[in-house]
Design a protein around this ligand. Sequence first.
Ligand code: X2X
Length: 343
Amino acid sequence: MKIDRRSFLVKSAGTVAVAASGMMGAPWIRRAQAAEFSYKIGTDLPASHPLNVRLQQAADAIRKDTDGRLDLRVFANNQLGGDPDMFAQLRAGALEFFTLSGANALSSLVPKTAITGVGFAFKDYNQVFAALDGDLGAHLRGLITKAGLIVQDKVWDNGFRQITTSSRPIKTPGDLQGMKIRVPPGRLWISLFRSLQAAPTSISFNEVYSALQTRVVEGQENALAVVETAKLYEVQKYCSMTSHMWDGFWCLGNRAAWEKLPSNVRDITSKHLNEYALLQRKDVAQLNASLQKTLEGRGLQFNSPDLGGFRDMLQKSGFYAEQKQFFGEEEWALLEKVTGKLA
Ligand code: X2X
């Protein structure tokens, strides 16, 4: 039997009349009635990625601790649109929260947030979070706030990015020459891959799988947890462990929506979003460290190139000098305080 929305509603109405008391016990009804604030959070990653798993747990904890006043619904997997679309919705107030990389569409509004993606800047996670939980992070959050958005303190991890291709493994910088590689929307990515003499194209994540499948591009770069959860291994053959940049997501909020929340609801929300971000960082680090075997089992061929040549190429092409000038003395000094001298 086919039940359309209309006949379902009519049927439900009949049920209400017959069993009103039974309906009171239906949890979905109670939740819909009780939530004073029903907010959405959008993400670009698949539902199984730790970003979404932990956001869902944070949302559950927030609902519980606010006695159901804030119902935060997670929309994973670009259900609400590509990153530039979701970012526009966030700014307009159509979307209340959004996790977005500082090097991605956020940098179209706050160009300096892309500094955390500078090529080969952070050597390891210790450096990443020393910077992001330290002075550089505080400075960037200040800029995001000045631009009219809300940002939670703790950044969520995407990971160190690796290059996958369908055409050839990247063993030396020469292998990137002229390669059509997809990069996320954002100036820094184009600049990085042009400096490495590749041919980068900005494509939103929701179009990456099909761009790889139809060979509009030969390759892309992402952390292994993304290669796995978005099944990019189905349309890629090689994975080269370049760890050429670190990437993470700021948990952004629309200011008007945020200010509508009572201050205790805001406090509970921030507390859980930040707490679960720390748990998510552990999940992602573990996954990225262990996924090579899994992905090899799925047919992806791995190699670990010597990275010295890539760094040299960036130095020689003037990449670091150019970025230093772009981001500014103050920001560059905050970065180098953690990473050591880059340019
Ligand atoms: O678009 C990507 O590649 C992703 C998912 O890693 C980002 O959000 C930057």
